[in-house]
Write a protein that binds this ligand. Structure first.
Ligand SMILES: [Zn+2]
Length: 278
């Protein structure tokens, strides 16, 4: 039965939180294959907080098939899968990430591309792929910071020893970040969201501090230089139209100094002894 006109709890993309939402329209699709049957309810809902309208789909199994819920220790039906359009953002791409594209450095653009994919993976809750992407991002960061082509563990040591970006207090955390990527890539490990969040905090902190802030400084210096030179140029352009005071016509002849200092003849200052003009 349609729930049109009723209120549901849903994640509002604009408020970025759970809100009461009015179901404005709802249609149900019956779907299935040889084994399972399920329904997909497609809804247009409006947030009761900010009035933003968005789409919501609820996919619910009709097959009475129970799964062992290991955490609860009992058999249960599969919970409905809920999805939104625009999709729920689990981790916002920081505004400063685009600073990596301000320079034409290939390595910075490469890092921007990989990190963009990591955010896409995180927002699709592809956490295993995100963990691998985080490790790969760190590999590119290490390269940008000048680390030689050696294995990861040695790279981390090199970055700390050469004060090339990593602080001694961060060494262990970055070893864990690399290990998490390896476990996801080679040992089928699926990290929990809170672990992924901590790894992302670490990676973002490093990129912001050691790469993005440097680029911002270089761009600002270039901008200041450009603005200063354009201010100076404007004054020089107006220079011919500014009337000049003719200083030389007011110069008077001063009496020669009676006693030149010992040690030779000091040539008279041409500016004050020259002949007046005009
Ligand atoms: Zn809202």
């Amino acid at each position: 039965m349609s729930q049109e006109g009723q209120t549901v709890r849903a994640h509002c993309p604009r408020c970025d939180g759970e809100r009461n939402c009015l179901i404005r329209a709802e249609a149900t699709n019956e779907e299935g294959n040889d084994i399972f049957e399920w329904t997909v309810k497609a809804r247009i809902v409006s947030c009761a907080g900010c009035d933003y309208s968005f789409c919501m789909s609820v996919s619910d199994e009709r097959t009475n098939y129970e799964y062992l819920d290991k955490e609860a220790g009992e058999y249960r039906n599969h919970p409905p899968d809920v999805a939104f359009l625009p999709p729920t953002i689990w981790r916002k791409t920081p505004v400063w990430l685009s600073v990596l594209t301000y320079t034409s450095e290939d390595k910075n653009l490469h890092l921007f591309g990989i990190m963009t994919e990591v955010y896409e993976a995180l927002n699709a809750r592809l956490d295993t792929l995100a963990a691998i992407g985080i490790r790969t991002s760190f590999e590119v960061v290490a390269e940008i910071l000048g680390a030689p082509d050696i294995n990861f563990q040695k790279k981390i040591r090199w970055l700390v020893d050469n004060k090339a970006g990593l602080l001694t207090s961060e060494e262990e955390a970055f070893r864990t970040l690399v290990e998490a990527g390896n476990a996801a890539a080679h040992r089928g490990w699926r990290p929990k969201p809170e672990v992924i969040d901590a790894l992302m905090d670490l990676l973002e902190g490093l990129v912001r501090r050691d790469i993005v802030d440097d680029i911002i400084r270089v761009v600002e210096d270039a901008q200041n230089e450009h603005e200063a030179s354009s201010r100076a140029d404007r004054v020089v352009q107006h220079s011919p139209s500014i009337p000049r005071r003719v200083f030389r016509s007011n110069i008077v002849r001063l009496p020669l100094k009676a006693d030149p200092p010992a040690g030779g003849d000091t040539p008279p200052d041409p500016d004050i002894t020259g002949s007046p003009e005009g």
